[in-house]
Design a protein around this ligand. Structure first.
Ligand SMILES: [Cu+2]
Length: 69
């Protein structure tokens, strides 16, 4: 099923950080859409939960060096 979620992510300081997060999450199999906002400390994702879990997405963001709430 296609799910959407908003993840609170701190540590994104600029457009470069947004791009890093976007590219990291977009590269995951099962992720359909991702948007990152450093201003709102928010990452919006749309994903296929038969392929990937929200926890996996959060872990990949954390592994890229950002703080996931
Ligand atoms: Cu940055």
């Amino acid at each position: 099923m296609i799910e959407s979620a908003s993840i609170i992510v701190t540590g994104m300081k600029c457009g470069g950080c947004e791009t890093t997060v976007k590219n990291t999450v977009q590269a995951l199999d099962g992720v359909l859409l991702v948007n990152a906002s450093s201003k709102n400390d928010q990452v919006d994702v749309e994903f296929d939960d038969s392929k990937i879990s929200l926890d996996d997405i959060k872990t990949s963001i954390a592994n890229a060096g950002f703080n996931v709430k």
